[in-house]
Design a protein around this ligand. Sequence first.
Ligand code: FAD
Length: 401
Amino acid sequence: MTTVLDAGPAATGSTPALSAGMGFSLTDEQLAVRKMVREFAESEIAPQVMEWDEAQVYPLKIARKLAELGMMGIIFPESYGGAGLSYIDYVGVVEELSRVDGSIGISVAAHNSLCTNHIFTFGTEEQKRRWVVPLAQGKLLGAWGLTEPGAGSDSKGTKTTAIADGSHFILSGSKNFITHGSVGDVAVLMAVTDKTVGTHGISAFIVDLHQSGVRAGRKENKLGLRASDTATLVLEDCRIPKENLIGRAGEGFVQAMKVLDGGRISIAALAVGMAQGAFECALHYSRQREQFGKPISEFQSIQNYLADMATEIEAARLLTLKAGWMKDRGLKTTKESSMAKLFASEVSVRVANLAVQIHGGYGFTKDFRAEKFYRDVKLCTIGEGTSEIQRMVIARQLLKG
Ligand SMILES: Cc1cc2nc3c(=O)[nH]c(=O)nc-3n(C[C@H](O)[C@H](O)[C@H](O)COP(=O)(O)OP(=O)(O)OC[C@H]3O[C@@H](n4cnc5c(N)ncnc54)[C@H](O)[C@@H]3O)c2cc1C
């Protein structure tokens, strides 16, 4: 199975209206980006995946190498230190990294589409120069914090406060489950500036994670994506300059929701990539493993599994690319991002489950990669909004019309 849409314009055949309006092929440049990332992932990441997973260490050296390739600033213009690529490219990069290791995929996704994109989209020119440029160049590693112990799916529960004090805000509270929480350099954090107006009182702040008043708390010991860093950020009278407020006070929640519209496309790509990796392991194994005197790939049950896996992955990839394509055109993607994220993440769980099944008992051991995919994919149905929340978002969009 190819990892790109492989039916070129000619495949639309005798339907001129379709061929004029839709394309199912990637450009040579888009294919080249995918190829470059695939080669990088296979040579630089694959050999150490299990070592990092077992040690639960985030490989900072990989982030540095990805920065050299422009992958820490994929979607940002070159004038801001980025690679100036499209969302279609971004989807390809996250997919190819996650096909080998979802921990690296989620790191690139959180850095690009959450932290850096929040400042890039809503920050002032000065904030962009000060923060986006080094983030996009990969000189700084970014984190983004909306979640709190009492505010997961429901941000109304946000308790972290930001109190104005002269030329500063003083932030107090904690953010949990923060990707890059203990290894990041800078974070965009949401905090309450006005308790009386619910989510309209939440504001977004840029916080230098090396300054006093902010520290990493507990690092999570996770089921999967164990090489990605997930930690609590503790804010204790953390004084940050007023110029670190993003946009106006009270705009943080709406900004965060818009940031998640882009972020969810990258979680869909993370899911597609891991599903593709799990599928390829299962396909390979099914050809090698013999029972009843023949490869198990010759049994119809196994063939049905493989056919279902490949079909669902392709459908998930198409939804993800469609959302990316819309984003590249500046269209609103709230519904499409959630559809892609919901479908791709649930597909990844089904595919990884079947990949273990096809491996039989060996799939239950750490000798085969299916086991790791099975653990890693589960995050996709939870992070950046659970499947239940995606259904709420989609339904709300459907019922609006
Ligand atoms: C590895 C990892 C990395 C993460 N990285 C980040 C990060 O970088 N930044 C960040 O801010 N957050 C991050 N998160 C947090 C993540 O976004 C939250 O875990 C997620 O939004 C769910 O919140 P919760 O865990 O509090 O679950 P809860 O909100 O407590 O949900 C528990 C269950 O209740 C369901 N539920 C809740 N409300 C409803 C409802 N109204 N209707 C139906 N069902 C409902 C949920 O779907 C879920 O099944 C990360 C999480 C993980 C595991």
